[in-house]
Design a protein around this ligand. Structure first.
Ligand SMILES: [Zn+2]
Length: 481
């Protein structure tokens, strides 16, 4: 169905940077820490303290900018954004306003019309995160009290703001997923949406197709997955189109996505930036990145998803296979290690995307792969040489995941070694012929089909460990005697 109105979408992302410590102090940051255990006078904003900028946070922010095709500013500075909220101990957030660290970037995504689209990135700025309020009871509405936890206060963030170049829920999801993967491969953030290390807000407005003027925009928050982003945009397109049809006025506001009901609900009318009374941060010197430092950062930007995809495609993998492999940095890096160890891209992809992925799915999301690529390479080599069969190889892989161990030891312990020795298999073939006179007679009478039955019987007799090629050859020779 053709859309009645044109949808105009801009996205805003907040990504936590992967530093060991917070942005202006030496407190560590770990998600699971006891509340208010990773705090100090600086990140609590006590009087008389001075912030010191984390050099690694600057490097990661610049790396993100380079990965997202931005210009990285040799000179940028911090500002104070003033507002009161209990999770903000200083009553202002240290952020960047007129001079952000990066600007004018883009990512290219598949567009609705089947072609490609460049979605421009307006800016990336550095800022500190706020703490968290923990509410008693089941929901905020029924909560009697809330307690602040400042562990997350002053964790380094980058905010990434796109231009309103996105036209649909599908394009928004495609952009979000590519941005998430790009930050993951650039190694600047954990990008866990469900844990909040990557957050996405949507700005969306509708306008008549023939109008040059943008409609009133609504901001949607509380989006914990790109599936939620997709659904929230579809819902909001419908809600706003219905209002415009009836001549109602869209209010500029922030709305919260409710994943359970599949609706957005009004949260508050939206502030304009002048309400925050931004002013220059007097306690921090400007960020100056000289050419040598800039070059050093650029030299360390790792291979990014688009380049990785092209490299895997050149190895002969299908688009579906490359997409599935690069969707996980853990899998993609293991694939590269397997290429160095084993070398056959197609076989590696088949194994990694089959049982391997199923077994990985049973581990924790951030658990390391429990064995080195050399071990899987050893298993695939033994399989290729015909020393074990395919089913045994799968069982060995499962054992490597579940209980660990080297392939050779598992094969030995489980008796998986395939029997290729003809003297050992001849007895089996002879007894199958002796015990199945009817199929033997049929085969000798010209009924080719009976051969399959006899072959199957011999494989079973060898408990699946006989080398099928050797058994076939022996059986044929014995039957022709
Ligand atoms: Zn601190």
């Amino acid at each position: 169905m053709a859309k009645r109105y044109q949808t105009v979408i801009g996205l805003e992302f907040h990504a936590e940077l992967k530093t060991a410590t917070k942005i202006f102090c030496s407190c560590p940051y770990t998600v699971a820490a006891t509340p208010n255990s990773n705090v100090c006078p600086v990140c609590l904003g006590l009087p008389g303290v001075l912030p010191v900028l984390n050099r690694h946070a600057v490097e990661l922010a610049a790396t993100a900018g380079m990965a997202l095709n931005c210009e990285v500013a040799p000179y940028s500075k911090f500002d104070r954004k003033n507002y009161f909220y209990p999770d903000l101990p200083k009553d202002f957030q240290t952020t960047q306003f007129p001079l952000p660290i990066c600007k004018n970037g883009y990512l290219t995504i598949p567009a609705d019309d089947g072609g490609e689209k460049k979605v421009r990135i307006n800016r990336i700025h550095m800022e500190e995160d706020a703490g968290k309020l923990v509410h008693s009871g089941d929901s905020l509405a029924t909560s009697n009290y809330s307690m602040p936890d400042y562990n997350r206060a002053a964790v380094p963030l980058i905010e990434i703001v796109t231009e309103p170049d996105i036209s649909s829920a599908a394009e928004a999801r495609a952009f979000g997923e590519l941005l998430r993967l790009t930050l993951a491969y650039a190694d600047v953030s954990d990008v866990r949406m469900e844990q909040g290390s990557l957050r996405c807000d949507v700005n969306i407005s509708l306008k008549p197709w023939d109008s040059d003027q943008l409609g009133t925009k609504v901001e949607i928050k509380n989006l914990n997955s790109f599936r939620a982003v997709f659904r929230a945009i579809q819902y909001e397109e419908m809600r706003q189109a219905d209002m415009l049809d009836y001549g109602e006025t869209i209010v500029q506001e922030t709305r919260l996505w409710n994943d359970a009901t599949g609706e957005t609900v009004s949260m508050r009318s939206k502030e304009d930036s002048h309400d925050y009374r931004y002013f220059p941060e007097p306690d921090l010197p400007p960020i100056v990145i000289d050419q040598a430092w800039m070059d050093e950062i650029r030299a360390k930007v790792p291979e990014l998803p688009t380049a990785r995809k092209a490299r895997l495609a050149a190895l002969g993998l299908s688009e579906k296979e490359t997409d599935q492999i690069i969707a996980s940095t853990r899998l993609a890096r293991f694939f590269d290690e397997m290429m160095a160890e084993f070398g056959d891209a197609k076989t590696i992809a088949n194994w990694l995307l089959g049982d391997f992925s199923r077994l990985m799915g049973q581990l924790d999301e951030d658990a390391p792969i429990p064995f080195p690529a050399a071990d899987l390479s050893e298993l695939l080599t033994v399989l290729k040489k015909g020393e074990i069969n395919n089913n045994s190889a799968k069982a060995v892989l499962e054992e490597m995941f579940v209980n660990g161990g080297k392939p050779a030891d598992i094969i030995k312990a489980k008796g998986f070694a395939q029997i290729s020795d003809s003297s050992a298999l001849l007895g089996i073939v002879q007894s199958v012929i002796a015990n199945n006179p009817k199929p033997v007679e049929e085969f000798r009478g010209g009924k080719e089909k009976a051969f399959g039955f006899l072959l199957g019987a011999a494989m079973r007799e060898s408990k699946g460990q006989g080398n099928p090629a050797v058994i076939r050859e022996l059986l044929m020779a014995e039957l022709k005697k």
